[in-house]
Design a protein. Structure first.
Length: 402
């Protein structure tokens, strides 16, 4: 790894990642040497074409983390292990035909979710959360709304009792943020999933877990529990951040002000703009090179870790020549990934329904909502993977609960 590697941490990474990505591209090109927590080296792929190549070539760039050439130097308590795990038996780290089978089981279980029931769950939980704050005239839409809504809907779809929601939220946040409590969060989520799978194996119900267990593809309970952990983590936090980042955009950008005054059509435009400019999933780990190769002018050694710079690649000037123009309905972003390990289409639809419903309920129930602090004071969670707000304080005219 080169001596000028860029740390994926620090104040600039948290406050100005878009500027930092532009500087990285200007100084290092499409593939940037970076350092993760503990000065662990990796390559960050920022070029749109290079990212397309890496995600579209599973033969050369594998999802098998066992190939990593750095395992001998990784400590057992490394806080990023929940995200960059070794030989984890989940769909994320499975390759080839086995991965395609597992992805099909997940896709089929999610595709069977009734769209009207999904929206009904999202509306009901969103209304309950707004009921808790609407008489007060002000709240933090991250802690008291966005961070609670997706997991409650997903927990209902999977088969969890509603009271398990708060514990799952805490565990997921700890695990994804990659800090001191990451391993504890992973342990709580794993235990919860294992218990739910065991219960549904004995007593099936009309939920996602039961449908996965009923599939005849021959996956073990442990494999199903691991895949459910992936689904919950990928479905909750990015969707919560999609809600928060979209509401921030609509509260701070005059181009989307119509959304705040009944123009629901622009909600979808704001949500799509966020996926291009402020996507919740900033970086993804990752891919590992099966052999020595070259990418974006860099020599990548066999076993090197490549991080997928989704946010950094979206505004690549070779693809988007006018970065100031609104993206409109263009969905060629990388926010849901690409290739055989991309987010399954049914999961994308579920996330979009939850996020859009959550945003529309806020605008409908709190029509004169406004930001309660200067926009420049808003801060982000310290995660190398996700870019979400720590808080979004708002004020509004108090209204009675439903």
């Amino acid at each position: 790894m080169t001596p000028d590697a860029v740390p994926l941490s620090g104040p600039r990474f948290l406050a100005e990642p878009a500027c930092l990505y532009r500087e990285m591209r200007r100084e290092h090109g499409a593939v940037v040497p970076v350092l993760l927590v503990g000065d662990v080296p990796a390559w960050l792929v920022l070029g749109y074409r290079e990212l397309h190549q890496v995600t579209g070539d599973p033969v050369l760039f594998s999802r098998d983390s066992g190939l990593w050439n750095r395992w001998e130097s990784i400590p057992a308590d490394w806080p990023l292990l929940p995200v960059i795990g070794r030989r984890q038996p989940s769909v994320l780290y499975t390759v080839g035909e086995r991965h395609r089978q597992r992805a099909a089981v997940i896709g089929n279980a999610l595709e069977a979710v009734d769209p009207s029931a999904l929206r009904g769950h999202a509306e009901r939980f969103a209304d309950e959360l707004i009921d808790a704050v609407c008489p007060t005239g002000g709240t933090d839409l991250i802690a008291h709304y966005a961070m609670l809504l997706p997991v409650r809907v997903l927990a209902r779809l999977y088969g969890f009792p509603d009271e398990d929601g708060p514990g799952l939220v805490t565990a997921l946040n700890d695990m994804i943020d990659g800090r001191g409590r990451a391993l504890a969060g992973q342990a709580h989520l794993a235990a919860s999933m294992a218990q739910l799978v065991a219960e549904r194996a004995k007593e099936p119900a009309a939920d996602v877990v039961s449908r996965m267990l009923a599939d005849d593809s021959g996956f073990t309970h442990e494999e199903i529990a691991q895949d459910l952990m992936v689904m919950m983590a990928a479905g909750h936090l990015p969707t919560a951040d999609w809600i928060g980042n979209s509401l921030r955009l609509m509260l701070t950008d005059d181009r989307f002000a119509a959304s705040l005054f009944g123009g629901q059509g622009s909600v979808a435009e704001a949500m799509n703009e966020v996926l291009w400019e402020d996507t919740p999933t900033q970086n993804v780990a990752g891919r590992w090179a099966l052999r020595d190769t070259h990418l974006g002018g860099r020599r990548v050694a066999a076993g090197d870790l490549l991080l997928l710079g989704l946010q950094g690649a979206n505004p690549d000037p070779q693809i988007r020549t006018d970065a100031c123009a609104l993206t409109g309905g263009n969905r060629a972003h990388f926010s849901f990934g690409h290739g055989e390990h991309r987010c399954p289409f049914p999961a994308q639809e579920i996330a979009e329904v939850i996020a859009r419903t959550g945003i529309e309920v806020v605008l409908d129930r709190l029509p004169d909502i406004d930001l309660a602090v200067p926009a420049e004071s808003l801060t982000r969670r310290p995660s190398p993977w996700l870019r979400g707000l720590t808080e979004l304080p708002v004020r509004f005219t108090p209204v009675p609960a439903l």
